[in-house]
Design a protein around this ligand. Structure first.
Ligand SMILES: [Mn+2]
Length: 302
């Protein structure tokens, strides 16, 4: 049998993906996700949370190794799987296999790069073109269009790519129940865009325009306190920023950013976040050894 994982590590190259098989897997995942709520409710005693990967297959393989070897139950990706790096197709392909095979354990929440508007410009579509797999692009976009917008872990942690959104008419945070009402396929929705794009700011304010990004808002301490109190939640766990230590706590730990890419930001030390019962444990990806055979092991008996 063909062990493409090993081949991949030796040649630092992409493994071969069969177009019709991949297309049918992407369509199956899309159908499965379409029937799920836009805000996931997940309960688990042991969870791994993964921040931006941006096509970093090495980090992805390490994450799978940690998940398998250390016996974590849930594995949750906070989006920005694609763009910038060169192996987003391989990650999406393997991840979709996992979403089907381990459908009560593995989850993918939408990032701002899981959209046609961004992934057609920041590298993912080019990657597919280069690999002569562009025919798969719209299968993947249709799947991205139905990804969940956020999650609630153990009734306590709000999981989202960017952050909490402000209401349209005023400067207060949108209530969770209203976030749950955003329909599927709402790529241009004012609230959804903020879930994907907003950044926290260590200031005693509600919301401010996010001029550095040019999109979305900063959410400050007042917004975070009100959102957590009104929804009986403890923390916001999010991705979206290349924080230097891989994990950054803000506002006394009420907002935590996770960043997991090891390829494109040389000054960053990437991490993932383990949640064991309610305790948060950072895991350094650079200290984990890659085992590319794992990919093979995870998808061979599909
Ligand atoms: Mn992002």
């Amino acid at each position: 049998m063909f062990k493409f994982g090993v081949l991949l590590l030796r040649k630092k190259n992409s493994f071969e993906i069969n177009i019709s098989k991949a297309s049918s897997i992407f369509k199956s995942v899309k159908e499965k996700i379409f029937s799920q709520p836009t805000v996931l409710e997940i309960n688990s005693k042991s969870t791994l949370i993964v921040g931006d990967l941006h096509g970093d297959l090495g980090s992805f393989i390490k994450v799978l190794g940690i998940w398998k070897d250390r016996g974590y139950d849930k594995l949750i990706f906070l989006g920005d799987i694609v763009d910038r790096g060169s192996h987003a197709l391989e990650i999406i392909y393997v991840l979709c296999n996992l979403l089907l095979k381990y459908n009560t354990q593995v989850f993918l929440i939408k990032g701002n790069h899981e959209t046609e508007r961004i992934s057609s410009v920041y590298g993912f579509r080019e990657e597919l073109k280069y690999k002569q797999k562009e025919v798969l692009y719209y299968d993947i976009i249709e799947l991205f269009d139905v990804l969940p917008y956020a999650g609630i872990l153990n009734n306590n942690f709000f999981l989202v790519h960017g952050g909490i959104p402000k209401q349209k008419q005023n400067n207060y945070p949108m209530h969770l129940e209203e976030i749950k009402n955003i329909p599927k396929l709402s790529n241009d929705d004012f609230i959804l865009l903020q879930l994907l794009w907003n950044d926290p700011i260590e200031k005693n304010v509600f919301f401010e325009r996010n001029y550095p990004r040019g999109t979305g808002y900063f959410y400050g301490k007042k917004a975070v306190d009100m959102f957590l109190r009104d929804n009986a939640l403890e923390r916001i766990i999010r991705a979206h920023e290349s924080v230097r230590n891989g994990i950054k706590e803000m506002m006394n730990g009420k907002v935590i950013t996770v960043f997991s890419n090891n390829e494109y930001y040389p000054t960053v030390s990437p991490k993932i976040l383990a949640i064991e019962d309610m305790e948060l444990v950072p895991i350094e990806l650079t200290k984990v050894v890659e085992d590319p055979d794992l990919i093979y092991a995870f998808i061979q008996d599909k």
